[in-house]
Design a protein around this ligand. Structure first.
Ligand code: NDP
Length: 245
């Protein structure tokens, strides 16, 4: 596929999987619109990747604001005329035991990991339906397939994200719009920094990790694989984890 005329919008682009996926698409020559809250990080990535052919535009966005997500898609359309790929990737994982009642964190996970995804789909879908073309990818997780102690709410949001993508796939089945859930296993990123529950952190410190985390570039490769298929091939889900997880 020739990516030089394509535009990719990535949320959660300021670090980890979103940053690595940005790098992958920019190196392929695509125009990439980076969205996240930390403007300094987005600018740093824009500078670091400026030598490559693909253009980078940045738009500070909090995905918990429907208006900001609408503005993000409009900005991408204003800059590049079309959106070929939306990667709903922003997310957080403040794991905790339910008895510790981290209500604020439950709400943030619902707001970012579920509502942020819905706002992205809602903002881009009219444009893709009008063109009868486009690809929406969302980062779910292996935790969107199985649940573990401290992960009840996080898994709930990731199951939801995956099921929302399944529902979307059925609704757009007769169009040329493609949909993919990306379900990573453990990846070495800043994601664990969002955990504040002392008991969870204590348990994690004691746990004997049997596997080596993947790198963000491993997930970026999976995203690119799904996006780079011929138009008649719709990769609906990719699960990628360390081989001994
Ligand atoms: P990072 O913490 O490195 O990245 C999270 C990204 O989400 C950051 O760019 C952050 O940017 C952004 N973000 C968080 N809140 C908001 C918000 N309100 N609005 C906009 N952007 C936001 O972790 P990962 O790269 O690991 O996470 C990416 C995705 O991968 C998440 O959905 C996560 O759940 C999922 N995942 C990760 C796994 C792992 O092991 N790392 C495993 C399975 C899934 P900023 O703070 O600048 O807004």
């Amino acid at each position: 596929m020739d990516w030089s005329r394509k535009t990719v919008v990535i949320t959660g682009a300021s670090s980890g999987i979103g940053e690595a996926t940005t790098e992958r698409f920019v190196k392929e020559g695509a125009n990439v619109v980076l969205a996240a809250r930390r403007k300094d990080k987005l600018e740093e990535i824009q500078r670091r990747l400026s030598e490559y052919e693909g253009a980078i535009a940045i738009k500070t966005t909090d995905v918990t604001s429907q208006q900001e997500v609408e503005d993000l898609i409009q900005y991408a359309l204003d800059e590049f005329n079309q959106v070929d790929v939306l990667f709903n990737n922003a997310g957080l994982m403040p794991l905790s035991f339910m008895k510790n009642k981290k209500v604020d964190e439950w709400e943030r996970m619902v707001d970012v990991n579920i509502k942020g995804v819905l706002y992205g789909i809602g903002a881009v879908l009219p444009h893709m339906l009008e063109r009868n073309e486009g690809h929406i990818l969302t980062t779910s997780s292996v935790a969107g397939h199985e649940v573990f102690p401290t992960g009840a709410v996080y898994s709930g949001t990731k199951f939801a994200a995956r099921v929302i993508m399944e529902g979307l796939a059925k609704e757009v089945a007769k169009s040329n719009i493609r949909t993919t859930s990306i379900s990573p296993g453990v990846v070495d990123t800043e994601l664990l920094d969002t955990i504040t529950d002392e008991e969870t952190l204590d348990n994690m410190g004691k746990a004997d990790r049997q596997f080596t985390p993947l790198q963000s570039s491993d997930i970026a490769n999976a995203v690119f694989y799904a996006a780079n298929q011929p138009h008649n091939v719709d990769v609906n889900e990719v699960i990628v984890r360390p081989n001994n997880q």
